[in-house]
Design a protein. Structure first.
Length: 187
């Protein structure tokens, strides 16, 4: 949809950022499949400095439920293993001397349902963020009309555009959540 109003354009960008944030959040939810984003929040103490794991090691997915972490510097292997153990992943690393393998366990049906609820909760947070952007956008549009920048007819048309942008963003949030939920429940 072609948007010309700067208020709606800026709000649309904010809504898009909310969708991106939701996608990142959903990437951290373990779905029973190996996914490199599971390790994105892990930092390793490397020569006294907290360093993100993905900067210290190559993370690959050799099999559907296996993550392989291969440090660029083999001397950092023990520190990488320690950081993974200390994380909230709940997966025990297997160190073979050159790389670390993480076998993602199958999820129980109960755990799948629990994770699906988490996905729904995150999606609801995403929708709330989108609605807050919409509310601010509508306030700005009404202020523009009050200030005489736009007339009543323009305000009505812009409010319709704003609602379309909001509906589209909420639909995107639902799609992201549905895909993640399907991934979790199918496992």
């Amino acid at each position: 949809m072609k948007i010309s109003n700067p208020i709606i354009k800026a709000s649309q960008e904010k809504m898009s950022k909310s969708e991106d944030a939701l996608q990142r959040e959903l990437g951290h939810i373990r779905a029973g499949r190996a996914n490199a984003s599971l390790l994105s929040r892990i930092n390793v103490e490397y020569y006294g400095v907290e360093t993100p794991l993905n900067q210290l090691a190559q993370i690959s997915v050799p099999e559907a439920r296996v993550l392989m972490v291969t440090p660029y510097d083999k001397t950092a292997l023990k520190e990488v293993e320690r950081a993974i153990l200390m994380s909230d992943l709940g997966i025990s690393p297997a160190n073979d001397g050159t790389a670390i393998r993480l076998v993602i366990p199958q999820l129980t049906e109960e755990r799948r349902k629990e994770l699906a609820k988490q996905v729904r909760a995150k999606a609801e947070e995403g929708k709330i963020a989108v609605r807050n952007v919409r509310r601010d956008m509508m306030d700005q549009l009404k202020k523009s009309e009050k200030d005489g920048d736009i007339n009543e007819d323009e305000l009505h048309n812009l409010e319709e555009q704003a609602q379309k942008v909001t509906d589209e963003s909420i639909k995107n949030v639902d799609t992201l959540a549905d895909e993640k939920e399907k991934e979790i429940l199918e496992g």
